[in-house]
Design a binder for this molecule. Structure first.
Ligand SMILES: [Zn+2]
Ligand SMILES: [Zn+2]
Length: 143
């Protein structure tokens, strides 16, 4: 039994389900990059909008089923660190992209032109540099 937190894209309304066991691992992985462990930045798989997950927006519920992110056939989690618009700042704008199992660094990189991180900032308050550029992109190991 664990909690599921639906997260809704503010632009297209797509919902991604955050499962507590894997979400806890993702936020632990974010470490000092996450100011508030639960307020992670997500990248909508449908429209490419980056947004901060609002924990209070949609009601959570409990489920008996397995956390799909922890299953071998489950989705994959990417950590995308985007360069911010201050050349002297080494802190990137960090977003998490939850994608299907088949997603690769190549397929996520190919999404870059459609991404829009809007008002998301790095830990020093700088917006992402446009056009978006990766400082780093990698799988988040959650199992
Ligand atoms: Zn969207
Ligand atoms: Zn920065």
């Amino acid at each position: 039994m664990h909690f599921v937190y639906p997260s809704k894209c503010p632009v297209c309304g797509s919902i991604v389900l955050l499962h507590e066991p894997s979400l806890e691992r993702i936020t632990r992985h974010l470490g000092s990059w996450s100011r508030d462990g639960w307020n992670i930045n997500l990248l909508c798989a449908t429209c490419g909008r980056g947004y901060t997950h609002d924990h209070g927006e949609t009601p959570s519920y409990q489920t008996e089923s397995e956390d799909p992110y922890l299953l071998p056939s489950g989705p994959t989690v990417f950590h995308a660190a985007l360069k911010c618009d201050n050349e002297n700042c080494e802190s990137p704008v960090v977003v998490i992209a939850l994608r299907d199992r088949g997603a690769t660094e190549e397929s996520v990189t190919a999404e870059l032109p459609k991404w829009n991180t809007a008002d998301l900032t790095c830990s020093r308050g700088n917006l992402a540099a446009v056009p978006l550029r990766f400082q780093k992109l990698f799988f988040v190991p959650i199992d």
